[in-house]
Design a protein around this ligand. Structure first.
Ligand code: 3PG
Length: 311
C-alpha cells in the first residue's frame, strides 16, 4: 500500500526521531555507567594515564575483533585518511587523558560542570583562531556559561587546581577534535562507527609511550596489588567495565553525529552532562552547596541559550 506523500514523509520523520531518541538515550546511559566505574576505579587505583590507555586499547580490540569476524564492515581507507585523522587523534588523546586526570583529582560532577563550558571554548577558538564571527546573542550566551562555571569552581568544596585545569584542557582539546573530525568525516565513505574505531587505534598508539613515561609499569603493578587487596578480585571487572563502556558511549555518540547536525549533537551532549552530574552526586554522595549547584545550573542554562542563538 502506497502512503500519500505527506503521510510517508511524516512517517519517515517520526522514524528518524525515534532512531535519534534511541541513540541519545543509549549514549547517555552508557556515559553514566562509564563515569561511575571510571571514578570507582580511579578512587582505588589513581593511575589516569593507564586507565585512559586501557579504554582506548579495549575499544581498538573490540573493533579489530568486529572487523575480523565481519560483525562490522572493514572501512576503505587510504594514506590521506590516516593523515587527516592524525590531528583529530592528537586532540582526542589530549582531551581524553586530561579529563581522566581531572576526574582522578576532583568529583565527577565538578569535571562535568567545567566541561559543560565547552561551547565557550568553541566560540573563542572559532573567533580568534579561525576568524569566524557570530551573532551577538551567541557572545552574550558566553556570559552565563563562563560566569556559571566560575561560580561553581569558586564555591567547589574540594577544589583542586590539577582537576580544574584538566577539565579546561579537555574542553580546549575537544573543540579542536570536533573541528578536525567534522572536516575529516565530510564527504568520506567511512561510517561514524568505523571513524571512531580508527580514531581509537591511532590515539592508543600516541598515548601508550606517554603513559609509560608518566606512570610506568612499576607503579602500575604496585598500585594494582593495593587496589586488589582493598576491593578484591572483582576489581578487574571494574576496570573492564570502565574500558568497555568508554568505547561504547563514544561509538554511539559518533554514530549519532553521523545522523544529526553538530548543533543537535552539542545539545545532546549538554543533556548528557546533566544526567552524569545528577547521578554521580547521588551515587558518590558528593557534598554540594546550594551556591555551587546554582553555578552549575547557570552554566548549563547558558549552554542551552548558546545552542538556541547559534540556530
Ligand atoms: C574522557 O575520558 O574522554 C572524558 O570523560 C570524555 O568526556 P566527554 O565525552 O563527556 O566529553
Amino acid at each position: 500500500v502506497e502512503l500519500p506523500k505527506s503521510q510517508a514523509g511524516a512517517g519517515a520523520g517520526a522514524g528518524q526521531r525515534v532512531k535519534i531518541s534511541i541513540y541519545f538515550a543509549t549514549w547517555w546511559a552508557l556515559n553514566v555507567v562509564f563515569n561511575i566505574y571510571n571514578k570507582k576505579v580511579l578512587n582505588a587505583y589513581p593511575f589516569p594515564w593507564l586507565t585512559s590507555t586501557l579504554s582506548l586499547a579495549t575499544g581498538s580490540l573490540i573493533m579489530l575483533i568486529s572487523w575480523a569476524t565481519r560483525i562490522a564492515e572493514f572501512p576503505k581507507m587510504d594514506l590521506e585518511f590516516w593523515k587527516n585523522l592524525f590531528p583529530v587523534a592528537v586532540a582526542h588523546t589530549i582531551g581524553h587523558v586530561a579529563a581522566t586526570v581531572s576526574m582522578s583529582k576532583v568529583a565527577v560532577s565538578f569535571t562535568h560542570i567545567i566541561k559543560s563550558g565547552e561551547p565557550a571554548f568553541s566560540v573563542l577558538v572559532s573567533r580568534f583562531l579561525l576568524g569566524e564571527t557570530f551573532p551577538l546573542p551567541v557572545y552574550l550566551s558566553l556570559v552565563p556559561i563562563i560566569g556559571g562555571c566560575a561560580l561553581s569552581a569558586a564555591t567547589e568544596l574540594n577544589f583542586n587546581m590539577t582537576g580544574f585545569m584538566g577539565a579546561m584542557i579537555s574542553n580546549l582539546a575537544f573543540v579542536f577534535r570536533n573541528i578536525f573530525s567534522k572536516k575529516g568525516m565530510k564527504g568520506k565513505s567511512v561510517s561514524g562507527m568505523n571513524y571512531y574505531a580508527c580514531l581509537s587505534i591511532m590515539s592508543l598508539l600516541i598515548l601508550t609511550p606517554f603513559a609509560i613515561a608518566m606512570e610506568g609499569p612499576q607503579m602500575w603493578a604496585l598500585g594494582w596489588q593495593n587496589a586488589v587487596s582493598q576491593i578484591g578480585p572483582n576489581f578487574v571487572w571494574w576496570v573492564a567495565a570502565q574500558s568497555i563502556f568508554y568505547h561504547l558511549y563514544n561509538q554511539v555518540s559518533y554514530m549519532s553525529l553521523d545522523e544529526i547536525s553538530p548543533l543537535t549533537f552539542s545539545v545532546g551532549n549538554t543533556m548528557k552532562r546533566i544526567s552524569v552530574i545528577v547521578s554521580s552526586i547521588i551515587i558518590f554522595q558528593t557534598p554540594v552547596r546550594p551556591i555551587n549547584a546554582l553555578g552549575a545550573a547557570i552554566a548549563i542554562l547558558g549552554t542551552f541559550i548558546y545552542s538556541q542563538s547559534k540556530q
